[in-house]
Design a protein around this ligand. Structure first.
Ligand SMILES: Nc1ncnc2c1ncn2[C@@H]1O[C@H](COP(=O)(O)OP(=O)(O)OP(=O)(O)O)[C@@H](O)[C@H]1O
Length: 212
């Protein structure tokens, strides 16, 4: 469960999150929407413990994501808007993830395969040398293979071709375990079948929160 209580985050004089309060429960599948600059990524990063808030609190399964970051992140699968500049080869990255986050390498390969990413042909390639879509496919495969009860996607499909988007949504639809899903998107029609709640942000505030 994710609890956000009166969360405020400022960058200089700019208020990116303005007294935001909302809870995300088990089985909530949420489309998080809003115009560019509305505060969606800042909210996601606050959940992941990237930022010290200027006001308010965040709890993930009762834990503070800044003070107990390792424990909190162990339970979260996250795919960011822009893939990070990782220098490791795919083989090294998969090894690191399997050891540090207890993710089954074979399962990563399985999901990569389902996403039509040929991992075995690229094992020695640095992650940052993959194409944008290939990076996103690998991060999605890792997120699906990881045993977490919170999945957070921040516009993960921007670099995916239409077929890969379909593959991704099919795999997510299959994922029937009880999980909290937060999906930042500008295209509700793409995730309409996946979500049961829609939150709209504007100027750092939650302006609508609708359960279907
Ligand atoms: N690290 C930062 N330093 C300074 N300002 C920031 C930082 N991160 C976000 N902001 C500002 O906070 C506001 C909200 O940004 P945020 O990235 O959360 O928006 P968003 O809703 O995710 O937008 P988009 O749809 O474009 O991804 C913007 O005005 C942005 O410029």
């Amino acid at each position: 469960m994710i609890e956000i209580k009166n969360l405020t985050k400022k960058f200089g004089s700019h208020v990116s999150l303005d007294d935001v309060s909302c809870n995300f429960n088990k089985n909530d599948s949420v489309a998080l929407m809003g115009a560019n600059g509305a505060g969606k990524t800042t909210l996601i990063r606050s959940i992941l413990g990237y930022y010290h808030p200027d006001g308010g609190e965040v709890f993930i399964n009762g834990l503070n994501p800044i003070k107990e970051r390792t424990k909190v992140l162990h339970n979260i699968s996250f795919v960011p808007q822009l893939p990070p500049p990782i220098k490791l080869s795919i083989e090294e990255l998969m090894h690191y993830i399997s050891v540090s986050a207890d993710v089954d390498k074979e399962l990563i390969k399985h999901y990569a395969n389902e996403m039509k990413l040929d991992i075995s042909a690229n094992m020695n390639k640095s992650f940052f040398k993959l194409s944008g879509g290939m990076k996103q496919k690998l991060l999605i495969a890792i997120s699906l293979a990881k045993k977490s009860n919170i999945i957070i996607y921040d516009e993960p499909t921007a670099n995916l071709d239409p077929k890969a988007r379909d593959d991704f949504y099919r795999l997510l639809n299959k994922n029937e375990e009880e999980k909290t899903l937060l999906f930042v998107t500008h295209r509700l029609e793409e995730v309409r079948d996946l979500v049961n709640r829609q939150i709209y942000m504007d100027m750092g505030k939650v302006v609508s929160d609708e359960i279907f």
